[in-house]
Design a protein around this ligand. Structure first.
Ligand SMILES: *Cc1c(COP(=O)(O)O)cnc(C)c1O
Length: 412
C-alpha cells in the first residue's frame, strides 16, 4: 500500500487548525496526541456550540413554557434526530441519551435482570473493555445466569467457530465490541448478529471505539443495542447514546427513577413515560447532547471514507517504522483493524516508555487499557498504545519513532 502524502484527499494542516489544543506544548515540546482511543480532541466548531449554549440559551428542557426552555428543548431534540440519522436508526425514540458507553451498557444489563432466569447464558468476547464485562458479571450474580467467553487467537481476532459452538438456545444475549480499544481489532459483528438471532439471542454491540472511524448503519446491522460515547467522536465528555430496538426498549424496565421519566406519580402507583423519556430520568446533559450532534456534523464534513483512508495510511506508516526498532513486539495484528498500535519493547516496561515519551511531549496510553483479560492472554502487564486520528500526521509519527528510540537507549 502506498504511503505517499499526495494520496491524502484532505489537507491535514487545515484540519489541525480546527483543534486549538494541538497548538499547545507539553514539557517544552509541541504536543503529539496519540491517545485518541481514550478520548479524542474537540474542534473549535464543537467548542463554539458549547460556548453558545451557555452564553445564550441555557435552560432546563421539556418543562418550561418560556422561550429559553423551548429553544433548548428544540435543539436537544434536533440533536437526537441528527444522531438517529447518522446511525440510520428507524425511530428517534430508539435513541436514548446517556452519560456514555458505560451508562448505556449498565442500563441494558440491569434491565436484563428482569428477563434472565437461572441457567440462562450470556456470551461475551475475550476482547472486551471492563465496562462491557463487569456489568454482566453483576447481572449473573443477581440472576444465576452463566457468563461464557468467546476466545481470541494470537492475532487478537475472535475465533468465530468457538462462538458458533458456545451459542445455543440457552443464550439470551451476546455482547461484544465493534472495535477493540486495546488492539484495534474490527470484529465481524454482522456475521455474529445474524448467527445469534438464529437462536433468538439479543446482541449488544459496544460501538465506543468504532464510532469515530466506521460508519455504522444500525438498521442494516439489525443489531438490538448499540452504545457509544461522544467524547471518542470529537464531542464532549459525559454524554453518549444507547440505541435499542423499540421492542427491546419496551420490554426493559426503567433504569433509574426520577423526574422526566414518569407519566403520572402518586404514592399508590406511578406510570412511566413513553420512550425515550422512560430511560432519561433527571435533567440530562443538555449542552452535551447538542454538542454531540455538532461533533457528528464535523465528522460528516470530512466523511468516513476519507477518514478511514487517511488513518489506514498513518497506521501502515507507523507499523512499518516502529517495526524497524529492535525488540519491537506488536499485540493485535488482525487483518481488519483501526489505527491503533499496541506494542512493547523486549525487556522494557510499558510504563517506563510511556513516561519518557510524555517528557518528550508525546501522549500515549500505557497499561492494561481497561482490558485485563487481553493482557492476561498475552501474559503481559500491559502495552504502550498509540492510537491515531485524522488530525495526526506522519511528521508526528516520526517524532514518536525518534522518541521511542531515545527512550529505549535511556532505559537499556
Ligand atoms: C472507551 C470505551 C468504553 C467506555 O466508554 P466511557 O465513555 O468511559 O463510558 C467502553 N468500551 C470501549 C470499547 C471503549 O473504547
Amino acid at each position: 500500500m502506498s504511503i505517499a502524502t499526495n494520496n491524502i484527499a484532505f489537507n491535514v494542516e487545515e484540519i489541525r487548525k480546527d483543534f486549538p489544543i494541538l497548538e499547545r506544548k507539553v514539557n517544552g515540546y509541541p504536543l503529539v496526541y496519540l491517545d485518541n482511543a481514550a478520548t479524542s480532541q474537540t474542534p473549535q466548531q464543537v467548542i463554539d456550540v458549547i460556548v453558545n449554549y451557555y452564553s445564550n440559551y441555557n435552560a432546563n428542557i421539556h418543562r418550561g413554557v418560556h422561550s429559553l426552555s423551548q429553544e433548548a428543548t428544540d435543539k436537544y431534540e434536533a440533536a437526537r434526530i441528527k444522531i438517529q440519522h447518522h446511525f440510520n436508526v428507524k425511530k428517534a425514540h430508539e435513541i436514548i441519551f446517556t452519560s456514555g458507553t458505560t451508562h448505556g451498557i449498565n442500563l441494558v444489563a440491569s434491565g436484563f435482570a428482569s428477563i434472565l432466569k437461572k441457567g440462562d447464558e450470556i456470551l461475551v468476547s475475550a476482547l472486551e473493555h471492563h465496562s462491557n464485562i463487569v456489568p454482566w458479571q453483576m447481572l449473573c450474580e443477581k440472576t444465576g445466569a452463566i457468563l461464557k467467553v468467546i476466545p481470541m487467537n494470537e492475532q487478537g481476532e475472535l475465533i468465530y467457530e468457538s462462538f458458533e459452538k458456545l451459542l445455543s438456545e440457552k443464550t439470551k444475549i451476546v455482547f461484544l465490541n465493534h472495535v477493540s480499544n486495546a488492539l484495534g481489532t474490527i470484529n465481524p459483528i454482522k456475521k455474529i448478529i445474524d448467527k445469534a438471532h438464529t437462536k433468538g439471542a439479543a446482541v449488544l454491540i459496544d460501538g465506543a471505539q468504532a464510532a469515530p472511524h466506521i460508519k455504522a448503519d444500525l438498521q442494516a446491522l439489525d443489531v438490538d443495542f448499540y452504545v457509544v460515547s461522544a467524547h471518542k467522536m470529537y464531542g464532549p465528555t459525559g454524554v453518549g447514546v444507547l440505541y435499542g430496538k423499540e421492542e427491546w426498549l419496551n420490554k426493559l424496565p426503567p433504569y433509574q427513577g426520577g423526574g422526566e421519566m414518569i407519566a403520572t406519580v402518586s404514592f399508590e402507583k406511578t406510570t412511566y413515560a413513553e420512550l425515550p423519556h422512560k430511560f432519561e430520568a433527571g435533567t440530562p446533559n443538555i449542552c452535551g447532547g447538542i454538542a454531540f450532534a455538532a461533533a457528528i456534523d464535523y465528522i460528516d464534513s470530512i466523511g468516513f471514507e476519507t477518514i478511514a483512508r487517511y488513518e489506514q495510511e498513518l497506521l501502515n506508516y507507523a507499523t512499518i517504522k516502529l517495526n524497524e526498532i529492535e525488540g519491537m513486539k506488536f499485540y493485535g495484528t488482525s487483518r481488519e483493524k483501526t489505527a491503533v498500535i499496541s506494542f512493547n519493547i523486549e525487556g522494557l516496561h510499558p510504563y517506563d516508555i510511556g513516561t519518557l515519551l510524555d517528557k518528550m511531549g508525546i501522549a500515549v496510553r500505557t497499561g492494561h487499557h481497561c482490558a485485563q483479560p487481553i493482557m492476561d492472554f498475552y501474559k503481559i502487564p500491559g502495552t504502550v498504545r498509540a492510537s491515531f486520528s485524522f488530525y495526526n500526521t506522519k511528521a508526528e509519527i516520526d517524532r514518536l519513532i525518534e522518541a521511542v528510540k531515545k527512550a529505549k537507549s535511556m532505559l537499556a
